[in-house]
Design a protein around this ligand. Structure first.
Ligand code: XMP
Ligand code: MG
Length: 210
């Protein structure tokens, strides 16, 4: 991957903020010349600025505000990575809503079901509720593919997924992804809630392996 911002992808995520066309890219992008950072043994270079991220969240939030007007959704935030996106997204949500946090533990089942997801922390009765699942990133989609049936078994009125980042080239499952803030290429990124072996979650900008 070249440059400090993701290239435009033909991905089919209808809701993702289209990345700016090349003509709109300033001659000197704000990332240029910014120093590399090191997390553990790896160097990362600037990739997306906090203001680009904020702009993308504005757009997702505007659509959620329109789509959920008068509905009092329950935002279910998937920890740990989803905490920062959830904070910024929820500050922009103007209607009544509720928020809960869950963790997902995955392990290999001994039977034919394969990978099993256990949801920790969901004590609320979600039956009849409009659920908005808040994730840091949809990569292969494996997590959501296993998590969604567990939630659906509790008979919510609806489930939508809101994620800060989405890697269309990496997706392996047919998921309905209506509220993706930014599409990115299939590269490992850190910052804005995402970590490399525990480090980097606190960074307001996003970085990619140098
Ligand atoms: P999928 O969709 O493949 O993603 O089930 C599962 C989880 O993997 C993490 N993930 C990443 N973490 N940089 C990270 O720091 C990345 O580029 C990245 N891609 C996936 C993330 O926790 C996601 O929820
Ligand atoms: Mg995650």
């Amino acid at each position: 991957m070249r440059g400090c911002r993701p290239s435009r992808l033909p991905g089919d995520g209808p809701a993702a903020l289209p990345l700016q066309p090349e003509t709109a890219t300033p001659a000197v992008h704000p990332c240029m010349g910014q120093p590399l950072i090191t997390l553990h043994d790896k160097a990362f270079r600037p990739y997306l600025s906090a203001s680009e991220i904020a702009q993308a969240i504005d757009q997702v939030a505007a659509r959620l505000n329109a789509d959920y007007a008068g509905r009092r959704p329950l935002f279910v935030v998937v920890l740990t990575g989803g905490f920062m996106f959830a904070t910024d997204l929820l500050k922009r949500f103007t209607g009544d809503c509720e928020i809960v946090f869950i963790r997902v533990a995955s392990y290999e089942g001994t039977g034919s079901t394969g990978k099993v997801q256990e949801i920790m922390g969901l004590r609320e009765d979600i039956s009849g509720r409009d659920i908005i699942l808040v994730e840091d990133i949809v990569d292969t989609g494996t997590t959501l593919h296993h998590l969604l049936p567990t939630l659906e078994a509790n008979n919510p009125a609806s489930i939508e997924i809101a994620a800060m980042f989405y890697k269309p080239a990496s997706l392996r499952y047919p998921l309905t992804l209506n509220y993706m803030a930014l599409e990115i290429p299939n590269d490992f990124v850190v910052g804005y809630g995402l970590d490399y072996d525990g480090l980097g979650r606190n960074l307001p900008d996003v970085y990619v392996a140098a």
